[in-house]
Design a protein. Structure first.
Length: 217
């Protein structure tokens, strides 16, 4: 059964210079804080995937040396984004490097993700392609493929694009899996759920982030 199969999880990581631009108002006045925040979100996402009992392999597709070094220390492996043609091409490349038949693409900005949530979603995924929409219902945080090509359709309104392309929507009690972080409000919501150790430590060490996140409550 797909629910008991080992999975390969592919996580894309952009170069730091172009990653998470909508979070820059939180970090623009402190040198290196933006890079640290992007890496913290990635670290907590990858750590949850590595710790998931259904995941045998975590592949991070990146041309960012800092990201590659980081995930290597967490038990994941990195591959260069050889296509360098955007997110979907990177995910297809990563899927081609997978070591299992069951493959999933996972967003890199899920700091509140729990391993058990990812296991529940992967366990619910059947043969073919399935996806989990984000908290707003328009984006996608997880796309799975068993026995078929991944065929990612990430981008604007990706949930609709995946559905129209035949992927089956999955729903469940996995709040950390649907809470990706693109904006300060998203980060606030993730913190309310409880973020992983790397993001939590950064927030605790950064008065700037604490002020910004608290000011808009």
């Amino acid at each position: 059964m797909a629910a008991m199969s080992p999975w390969s999880v592919v996580v894309p990581a952009k170069r730091l210079a172009v990653a998470k631009t909508r979070l820059r108002p939180l970090t623009e006045h402190v040198p290196d804080l933006h890079d640290a925040l992007v890496l913290a979100l990635l670290a907590d996402t990858v750590a949850a995937a590595v710790a998931c009992p259904l995941v045998a392999d975590v592949v991070v597709v990146t041309d960012e040396p800092a990201a590659a070094d980081l995930v290597g220390g967490l038990g994941a492996r990195s591959v260069a984004d050889r296509p360098d043609r955007g997110l979907n091409a990177a995910l297809e490349h990563g899927a081609g490097e997978a070591t299992t038949e069951a493959v999933a693409a996972l967003s890199s900005d899920l700091p509140a993700l729990r391993p058990a949530e990812l296991a529940a979603a992967l366990g619910a995924a059947g043969a073919g392609r399935c996806f989990v929409a984000d908290a707003q219902g328009s984006g996608t945080t997880l796309l799975t493929a068993v026995g078929v090509p991944l065929r990612p359709r990430f981008g604007r309104d990706s949930a609709q694009a995946h559905r129209q392309d035949g992927a089956v929507p999955l729903t469940g009690d996995w709040p950390g899996l649907v809470r990706d972080v693109d904006t300060p409000d998203d980060l606030r919501a993730a913190v309310a759920l409880g973020v992983g150790g790397r993001t939590r430590a950064l927030l605790g060490a950064s008065p700037t982030l604490a002020v910004h996140l608290g000011a808009a409550r």
